[in-house]
Design a protein around this ligand. Structure first.
Ligand SMILES: Cc1cc2nc3c(=O)[nH]c(=O)nc-3n(C[C@H](O)[C@H](O)[C@H](O)COP(=O)(O)O)c2cc1C
Length: 349
């Protein structure tokens, strides 16, 4: 199994929106880790180009991460999800509250694009056709049929889960491995139910609980920013650690300049988990934008993502980091501007 043969036991997290580049994936692989390309938000042709760039840059195996859209989610989503007109109204009201801020950076809030499936079918065809060695998923559970198709194409499947119920559902569906994501993780929580309050259990306890139920490879993610922490989660039963925040400042990452600067800015005191940027809970540096909008942002992904994208793009262009989504895990202060190989070596098992 690929995930059991990663020499260092370090997986480079897929980080959609720019940070994970083909160069970063190749650098993590060449350093004895396993890099995962971020397929989320890309069109299938854009992802095809990124896959080709990784094949060109390294002979090491790598993974591709896909967002599972609501339409393809086989997990039983609990009650409380906004639907139909109620949902559209909540998104429209939220959009209205962002107008002034958008115009302050020369933009208008985006259109919600309800029903966007992130080019799911075409990207699935692509990873099958390209014989990508590992396919990881977040935001939803693919069907047993999809998982079977990937297995027949020779891919190992890795499912992001955030609690024991999700782990059981993923194992029942037939995934090959679990990425157990804890509350300290930077970026989106990979909850299979977009509405429920995610678990706040410590990563070590979560990994131990999942390990008690299964022998499949476990990759542990969230706040792993020191060799000691990596050793603790491995001792609890993880085969590897998946790190995102620790790679954000590496030269191989595509992290933008304003984002890099914000990560090193002592004015930021803490991270916060918010729906304000995308409609799905995600952890990032607490900014004025988060403080203003967290309480009234609706649970409506991906509509809220599409509404805020123009603000975020325009604020990067005019260097206004307070309107950027500065995704970061709780360990952000230890992230360093060193080569990815140094990060991998520092967290090796
Ligand atoms: C900037 C950023 C973008 C992310 N994008 C994705 C993504 O596209 N897909 C995914 O499965 N996880 C994504 N994550 C979550 C990571 O896979 C991983 O769970 C997290 O980075 C681990 O916590 P850490 O940041 O404390 O290392 C992202 C994380 C960050 C920081």
């Amino acid at each position: 199994m690929l995930l059991r043969s990663v020499e260092t036991g370090v997986v480079g997290a897929p980080m959609a929106g720019g940070p994970t580049t083909p160069e970063l994936v190749a650098a993590v692989g060449d350093a004895g880790g396993l890099g995962i390309l971020a397929g989320g938000y890309l069109t299938a042709p854009q992802l095809a180009a990124a896959i080709a760039d990784v094949w060109d840059a390294t002979s090491r195996p790598f993974g591709v991460n896909l967002f599972v859209p609501a339409q393809a989610n086989a997990y039983a989503v609990g009650p409380g999800e906004l639907t139909g007109a109620e949902r559209a109204d909540a998104v429209a009201a939220y959009r209205d509250t962002l107008g002034e801020e958008a115009r302050s950076v020369g933009a208008e809030p985006g259109e919600p694009r309800a029903g966007d499936d992130d080019d799911w079918e075409r990207k699935l065809d692509l990873v099958v056709r390209e014989r990508v060695p590992l396919v990881s998923f977040t935001f939803g559970l693919p069907s047993t049929a999809v998982l079977g198709e990937l297995r027949r194409a020779g891919a190992e499947t890795l499912m992001t889960v955030t609690d024991i119920d999700e782990a059981r559902a993923a194992l029942d569906a037939g995934v090959d491995a679990l990425c157990v994501q804890g509350t300290c993780a930077g970026g989106h929580r990979g909850t299979l139910d977009p509405v429920k309050q995610p678990s706040e259990a410590d990563l070590v306890d979560l990994v131990a609980a999942v390990r008690a139920e299964t022998d499949v490879p476990i990759v542990a993610a969230g706040g792993v920013s020191s060799a000691e922490r990596a050793a603790e989660v491995r001792a609890a039963g993880a085969d590897a650690v998946q790190v995102g925040t620790a790679l954000l400042l590496t030269p191989e990452a595509g992290t933008g300049l304003a984002y890099r600067r914000a990560l090193g800015d002592p004015a930021h005191e803490r991270t916060a988990v918010t729906r304000a940027y995308s409609g799905r809970l995600a952890r990032g540096l607490e900014t004025e934008f988060v403080r203003r909008h967290d309480a009234h942002a609706p649970a409506a992904y991906p509509e809220v993502h599409h509404v805020t994208v123009p603000l975020r793009r325009a604020s990067a262009a005019v260097d206004r980091p307070d309107l950027l989504a500065l995704w970061a895990g709780t360990g952000w202060r230890t992230a360093q501007a060193v080569p990815a190989a140094t990060v991998v070596a520092g967290l090796a098992g």
